[in-house]
Design a protein around this ligand. Structure first.
Ligand code: MSP
Length: 504
């Protein structure tokens, strides 16, 4: 079995989960589920980033100790993984012992390899971004992200990032899909070409973090700590055999705001520690809310849990993945969400299933009818297209064209809708029941295939569709797309799968 390892960023626990967190996680879940159904041994990691000044301040603000605070907030993120029905295979917390050991191990490697030195940092720091900024990067006294910055002067260990410029450029050149999408790759490229400064990787002015080995006045810079989570899960520093088998990651999915950390610092750290590099970093865009930037001060933060409660989980999953070209920014609009639910889910897909199943319940005694082996070319087009569809979906998923993969499946749904209208089984019922049965067989077969293909995006709804045919877990895998429905099998009626939403 081939391995596939995918990660979300680990989320800061300074605040409650919002749509941005949900989005990154859902994109990964979609890919992870696809790969699992396609026969891969998938590892899918998510979790929480619990150290640093931002989290320490949030705990202070709540007047509780940081460790109590992170336990509480991390729990909300863990709950979100259940609410979103994520198929993650672990949930890492940077306060766990396994992670602390892994960080110490990485630090020691970097130190022993001669890439860390002690000096003093004086410069700008943004707590919100947990990032250092150069004077010339500031815009009106703020970080380019709009975050406040403060002047910091403290003893600090440095990582010799400036020495890695050529190696990084070579990496991007040799593997031109290491960073995707292209536009983001170009941004990183010009950043690195502009020259890299050594990176401060320890702090001394606060204490909420992992202590630097052999110099416990220092704590590790939260990004060095956080990025290491990806190798902690693979067994770095605790199980060398596991680590060999389970690293590198195939895909890190991140938001565009944190690409630099993943595409510049992370590969540099790994190269410096003589460790293999992840195969790809993909940066997705940001959501706005009804055209406006999402921010706490504007009070327009979207709560993913509320959204799920109001519209249904699979509906929200489908919408978020389908609405934007993966990699671009997107706008969240309620009317657009309702529009997609009603037209693409309730009408195109839900009605197709409902119409065919009700018709069979009335006219084929609720069983899969006999096709009599009298297929015409139009029938073969419907029942044999899964092979080329699967090939095309694989390609799209491997290139992170998530929205396009859904478009592709919905084309299949449209073709089935056209087929039912063209073949009009309700007319055949009057004068050619044999042909009617063949047509219904093909429609059921197409619904089975659609049910299998939509599992990654809508795990619960697809399950209801596949339950109609009483399929076992094994029969739902992609490799079983070719196993056609057995004639005479009972069809099990289901409730409406996608209720329409009345817009107010
Ligand atoms: N803790 C770091 C990541 C460390 S990974 C080694 C972090 N955490 S975060 O909680 O602030 O952000 C997590 C993710 O949410 C990022 O990928 C970010 O891009 C994403 N989003 C935050 N707001 C968003 C939107 N409005 N829209 C889409 N995604 C956004 O960064």
């Amino acid at each position: 079995m081939k391995n596939f390892y995918i990660t979300t960023p680990i989320y800061y626990v300074n605040d409650s989960p919002h749509i941005g967190h949900a989005y990154t996680s859902l994109c990964c879940d979609y890919i992870a589920r696809f790969k699992t159904l396609d026969g891969f041994n998938v590892r899918f990691l998510t979790g929480t980033d619990e150290h640093g000044q931002k989290v320490e301040n949030a705990a202070k603000f709540k007047k509780i100790l940081p460790n109590e605070f992170v336990d509480k907030v991390s729990e909300n993120f863990l709950k979100l993984t259940k609410i979103l029905n994520l198929s993650n295979t672990d949930f890492i917390r940077t306060t766990q012992l396994r992670h602390i050991k892994s960080c110490e191990n990485l630090w020691n490697k970097l130190f022993d390899n001669g890439h860390i030195y002690l000096d003093k940092y004086s410069g700008w720091y943004s707590i919100r971004d947990e990032a250092y900024y150069q004077q010339n990067e500031l815009i009106n006294g703020k970080a380019p992200t709009g975050a406040e910055v403060e002047w910091v002067e403290e003893p600090s260990y440095f990582f010799n990032l400036s020495k890695w410029q050529d190696k990084l450029l070579k990496l991007y050149e040799d593997n031109n899909s290491f960073i995707l999408p292209r536009s983001r790759r170009n941004e990183v490229l010009s950043f690195v070409k502009g020259g890299l400064k050594d990176l401060s990787i320890s702090r001394t002015s606060f204490s909420w973090g992992i202590k630097v080995p052999n110099d416990t006045k220092h704590i590790m810079y939260v990004w060095l700590d956080a990025l290491t989570n990806y190798i902690t899960y693979s067994g770095f520093g605790s199980n060398e055999k596991n680590f060999k088998d389970n690293w590198p990651a195939d895909l890190h999915i991140v938001g565009k705001d944190i690409l630099r950390f993943h595409a510049v610092y992370w590969p540099a750290f790994l190269m410096a520690a003589d460790l293999p590099l992840p195969k790809r970093v993909f940066a997705h865009g940001w959501w706005t809310n009804e055209g406006e930037k999402i921010s706490k001060s504007l009070g327009n933060v979207i709560d993913p849990i509320q959204l799920v409660n109001q519209y249904g989980l699979d509906q929200v999953r489908y919408f978020l993945l389908r609405e934007v070209t993966f990699g671009n920014d997107g706008d969240f609009s309620k009317s657009q969400l309702i529009q997609r639910i009603n037209s693409e889910l309730a009408n195109n897909l839900g009605n197709l299933v409902q119409r065919v199943i009700s018709f069979c319940l009335k006219n084929t005694m609720g069983k899969v009818p006999d096709h009599n082996n009298k297929f015409k070319n139009v029938d073969f087009e419907i029942i044999n297209s899964y092979e080329s569809e699967l090939l095309s979906l694989r390609k799209l998923i491997d290139n992170q064209k998530l929205d396009e993969s859904l478009k592709e499946i919905w084309l299949k749904i449209s073709r089935s809708n056209k087929y039912i209208d063209d073949q009009a089984p309700w007319n055949l019922k009057k004068n050619d029941t044999e042909r009617m049965n063949t047509v219904l067989y093909c429609l059921l077969e197409s619904i089975r295939q659609i049910g299998i293909l939509i599992q990654p995006v809508m795990p619960e709804s697809s399950s209801k569709i596949l339950d109609i045919f009483g399929l076992s877990v094994d029969e739902r895998k992609f490799e079983r797309l070719e196993t056609q429905l057995k004639v005479g099998k009972d069809l099990i009626k289901q409730k409406v799968i996608f209720p329409r939403i009345e817009s107010r």
